[in-house]
Each structure stands twice: as structure tokens, then as C-alpha cells.
Design a protein around this ligand. Sequence first.
Ligand SMILES: *[C@@H]1O[C@H](CO)[C@@H](O)[C@H](O)[C@H]1NC(C)=O
Ligand SMILES: *[C@@H]1O[C@H](CO)[C@@H](O)[C@H](O)[C@H]1NC(C)=O
Length: 311
Amino acid sequence: MRPVTLLLYVVSISRDTQSVTWNWEQWWTYAGISGPDFWGLINPDWSLCSRGRRQSPIDIDPARLLYDPNLRHLHIDKHKVSCTVENTGHSVVVSLDSSKPPLNVTGGPLSYRYQLTEIHLHYGASDQLGSEHTVSGRAFPAELQLLGFNSQLYSNFSQALDKAYGIVGISVLVQLGENSSPWLSLLTEGVENIKFVGDSFTIPQVSLHELLPHTPYYVTYDGSTTMPACHETVTWLVLNKPVYITKPQLVGLRHLKQGLPGAAPLANNFRPAQKLHHRPLRTNIDFSNAGGSCPSMQRGLYYKANTWPLS
Ligand SMILES: *[C@@H]1O[C@H](CO)[C@@H](O)[C@H](O)[C@H]1NC(C)=O
Ligand SMILES: *[C@@H]1O[C@H](CO)[C@@H](O)[C@H](O)[C@H]1NC(C)=O
């Protein structure tokens, strides 16, 4: 039996590289002088990476969560799609086949309909690190990020990247377990084929629902893409349950290279948590019903509009 782990419990709010074809777009890394601390300095178009104040990822501090009763369930289309899995040198990126009916994402905190386009996998060189989002300061060994663009306002992902409400990011934290999610198995079974940058393989007809943890609960906030150019256009949802990956699967991923044979291993491809700068962290987990003490946006006071003329 798979253990059921919630990232945030209702009652206990604990406080406790070298590719031969480098181009400008690729010239950033996760360590050293081209690492996250320097992204904003490398390229003027990436200045938000150092100057932005609504950046991602963040640490989710349970003490800061606000229950928002107006948040809806997140809806993600269920039909199957084919995917291409590629080693980009920065990440393992799964691109959804765009010729098929789009996988739409609606509901949750979203005002628009979004179309899923790709999934990024971040993971550590050791089990203690890897995820970009952290919970109570604790990282997970990996994180899957499902990214989509606002298909009501924009025509594709690249156009939406730097536009208002352009992108949705759904974060699924990945925990070490005895059995992995079937979807993650499909992905990791193929890692031998994507050892070097630019390598890819396809997964025919898979449902993303097999990837997602079964939970209606999430935390949402406004943030950015976690890679240059760090555009502050992303509505993030961090799901309140992890999926599982096995130790051998993680080890397999750590054999990937950032470049060609001889290049550094591809791992620890995460940006550290960024400052919150007073952004609200909303959740649809109703802590108050369970006797907890999460601050709530549920109304205790009611306001009425004055109608003119005042009588
Ligand atoms: C998904 O969105 C597209 C427009 O981007 C629309 O044509 C399609 O009908 C939607 N699919 C579903 C299942 O609602
Ligand atoms: C994205 O859409 C824009 C505007 O319609 C277009 O100019 C651009 O070529 C498209 N890009 C891709 C990669 O399809």
C-alpha cells in the first residue's frame, strides 16, 4: 500500500555544462558564476531574476496560509496525449503533442482557460534536495511542474510567457517511496535514451491524470517562471499531496548529463526559494473546520454598500 502523505496537515500546523551549440538562451546554469544568483546580471532581458519581487519558487510556510472559501476545484482535462521527453541540459522536459485536442486547465484560482504544454522535472543529486518549492523550509527529492499558457488571451506558450496572466504552473512535489506513480515509471524507464543534451524519446498516449496525486487541495500564489527570464506572469498551484518516485528511478535520473559525453551530471537543477515580499498564500484547505487555527478569509463581518442618496 502506498502511504498517504499530505504536505500540509489540517490539524497540525507545524512550524517547525558544455553543449557544443551554446547560444545566448542556453547560457545559464544552476551553479557557479552563471547560477541563479547571477541570472539577472548575465542578460539585461533577465533583470527580473534579480530585481523582481514576485519571484518563484518560494517556501510555503504553513503559518502564512490564508483559507479562501472562494477558491474552486482545479479542473484538468482527462484525455490521453502523446509526449516527447527531452534532456534540455537544464531539465527533463516533457512536451505535450500540440496537434491533439488541447489539455485545458480551468477552475482553481484561474480566471482564464489555460492549455497545458510542457512538464519540467527538477531533482537533486542527493535525496535531501531537488524540489524548487519547499514546505516549512524542507525540500523534496524532486518536483514536477506542469506548465500551460492562457489560451483565451494568447496563441502560444512563448507569446504568453511575458504577458499578464500568461502562464499557469502546477507543482507536484515528488517524495521517495517504495512504488512510483505509473506515469513517473514511463518517464524514468526511458532515461537511458536521453543521457545527453538534445536526446529525446516519445511516450505514446498517456493520461496526465495518472501523474497527478489524488487531492483537491492546493496552495496558490502569484509568481514567476523559475528559469530565466523569470517573467512574473505565473499563477502557481502547489498540490497538497506528493507523488512517489523510487530510489533506483532517482539514481537513473542522476546519470543524465548536462551536455555531451564528459559533461557534468544533470541534477540539482532547482532555483532556491525566493522572498515572498508580502504576497498572499491562499489555500482551499479549510483548517478552521478541523479545529485548527489557520487565518481565514471567511467573512465574519459583512459590509453593505451605502445607496445614494443616503436616507
Ligand atoms: C479546450 O480549449 C480549446 C480552446 O483552446 C477548446 O477549443 C476546446 O473545446 C477545449 N476542450 C474542452 C474539452 O473543453
Ligand atoms: C506564437 O504566436 C505568435 C503570435 O501569434 C507568433 O508570432 C509566433 O510565431 C508563435 N510562436 C510559435 C513558437 O508558434
